[in-house]
Write a protein that binds this ligand. Sequence first.
Ligand code: FE2
Ligand code: FE2
Length: 217
Amino acid sequence: MELLERYRLKPDPFLEGSDLQSKVEVFFNTLDKKDIYQHTIEVLEELELHKLRYSLDTTTYERCKIGVLLHDVGRVIPAETVFDFCESFGYIATNCEKNAPSILHQICSRFLAEFVFNIKDEAVLEAIECHTTLKAEPSLIAKIVHLSDKTSWKEKEDQPLVKKLREATDLDEALFIYQKHMYDQRHEMKCYHPWSYAAYLILKEKVEGRQSVEESE
Ligand SMILES: [Fe+2]
Ligand SMILES: [Fe+2]
């Protein structure tokens, strides 16, 4: 694909690995992004924990694993070309995203997953596309990929939040804790994404609605 060649993302060299993880490793090594590969491995470790915590079946786990392996491949697209890159694939950045272009790496990852790594599973592609922000009514795969990314955070100041995410009583509660955290900080953010706001409103109704039913019982 000519467009991928223009971004030095010609698929052939990245497809030499025997399995997807090896291909992703070659991809990041070739583009001198070993740190992103390391992060990807850490998110995979989180996925293993959530697999047990949320009793994922093998098929769901395997689909989540593809999502995790490819969730950050879009971070190789340089900030100065990210708008052009997205537009080339038909995605026009919103004004909110223009204020915080790094958020677009989730969209870039989706296109690279589809056109470089040849993933056609729409639920996996959608999980990759919203792994940073989440979106309204996400699939189970999208929820798990998103949560695995967040609980992988290693910065000291993030650990109280990570602890709360790990200790949530169920998956929706964990997602709500994260979305509420984002919502509470929305005025300090360069782009509080409308997909996050939509996810927040729906999760709020689900989780708080459930809690008030439990209290009245
Ligand atoms: Fe990401
Ligand atoms: Fe990530």
